[in-house]
Design a binder for this molecule. Structure first.
Ligand code: GLA
Length: 359
């Protein structure tokens, strides 16, 4: 009984420490994450333009690459046909330039966060030709603007289906308008618009063997046709239960074997199993255990990333600190989660941070 009380108190202390971060160290004693990985790959974070202010210090110290979480998506950049709104994306790019950071462009073609006009013509459905023409105008306006500042683009995001009986997502408005054509076209147009930029296909579930095979078929076909694809972006919205490091390693090798560079583009490690629908973990003991598992998982996956430094050209976290993870905003997963390296409170490094910098 005594032991149990002791264990529980110990776990509560760990839990508070992990949630609040390790409060005992002064700022100077905390190493810079990107500097720790300088010999390996750039370390990125997804930002909202507001987080440049709220999380500016953290970004400057620990990250040398940034991705706009929403500010470079089609609906934000071109809300009305021919009406472009660059001010938020520009602010993010300026911040990166001022702080010598790389910028990953995200994303040109996606079946979400697109403007309504894109697939309409008058009262009806826009033709394939019109949609491809609009795609060309979009890319030809956006890429030249950020030439030299944005070093790589997620050209196509999530085109492959999750369904066992489907190859490409047929519910995508891009697919419905053009069939498969939009994918190769997007890469070709992007390459012409900025021949220096590295062009990525980006997707989640990229470690799941069934989906991985479909992604590889897509990439192999594109490469065989001479379509300029340079990299595979594995999003990496993972959780403490999966995928396993073995699955992650297998996937990295598989994509690299196609001759592509590999990036982890949207990394976060949730405390919840993906099928767990609970709103929140309320038991402090359970929370402490999960934070410890998270730290261990981060350690394991970064060990694999370091091992594959020859093919991994970037690791980007999907957010900066636990006070602003995207999982808070998503209706399906609308619950408090702590998936990142820095605590919500004062942005102190969590145990997961120490696990990946001390190697
Ligand atoms: C995908 C997209 C991201 C982000 C997340 C969360 O992973 O690539 O831009 O929107 O979904 O919704």
């Amino acid at each position: 009984m005594k032991l149990k009380v002791l264990t529980v108190s110990f776990l509560i202390v760990i839990c508070a420490g992990a949630l609040l971060g390790q409060g005992v160290r002064s700022e100077e004693e905390i190493p810079s994450l990107w500097q720790a990985y300088a010999g390996y790959f750039p370390i990125g974070a997804a930002v909202r333009y507001q987080s440049l202010r709220s999380h500016g210090e953290l970004l400057e110290k620990h990250f040398n690459s940034i991705t706009a979480e929403n500010e470079m998506k089609f609906a934000t950049l071109q809300p009305g046909e021919g009406t472009f709104a660059f001010f938020r994306a520009d602010e993010i790019v300026d911040f990166a330039k001022k702080n010598n950071m790389l910028v990953r462009g995200h994303t040109l073609v996606w079946h979400r966060q697109y403007p309504g006009w894109l697939f309409r013509d008058g009262a009806g459905k826009a033709s394939a030709e019109l949609v491809l023409e609009r795609l060309e105008t979009h890319i030809n306006t956006v890429l030249p603007r950020y030439k030299g500042d944005v070093y790589c683009w997620d050209v196509v995001n999530e085109a492959v289906s999750d369904s066992m009986s489907e190859y490409l997502r047929r519910d995508s408005p891009w697919y419905q308008a053009t069939g498969e054509a939009y994918i190769a076209e997007a890469f070709r147009i992007a390459h012409k618009a900025d021949p220096e930029a590295k062009l990525f296909y980006n997707d989640y579930g990229a470690t799941r063997s069934d989906k991985m095979e479909k992604i590889c078929v897509l990439l192999e076909d594109l490469l065989a046709e001479g379509v300029p694809v340079h990299g595979m972006g594995m999003q990496g919205h993972w959780d403490i239960f999966g995928p396993t490091v073995k699955q992650i390693e297998t996937a990295i090798r598989r994509y690299a074997a196609l001759g592509l560079e590999v990036q982890i583009t949207e990394l976060d490690i949730s405390l919840y199993h993906w099928a767990d629908k609970r709103k929140a973990i309320t038991d402090p003991e359970e929370l402490a255990e999960r934070l410890a598992m998270q730290a261990e998982k981060y350690e394991e996956v970064f060990r694999v990333f370091r091992e594959y430094r020859d093919v991994i050209t970037g690791v980007t976290f999907w957010g900066v600190a636990d006070d602003l993870p995207w999982t808070d905003q998503e209706p399906v997963r609308g619950r408090k989660d702590f998936p990142l390296l820095f605590a919500a409170t004062e942005h102190r490094p969590k145990e997961a941070f120490w696990q990946i910098v001390n190697f």
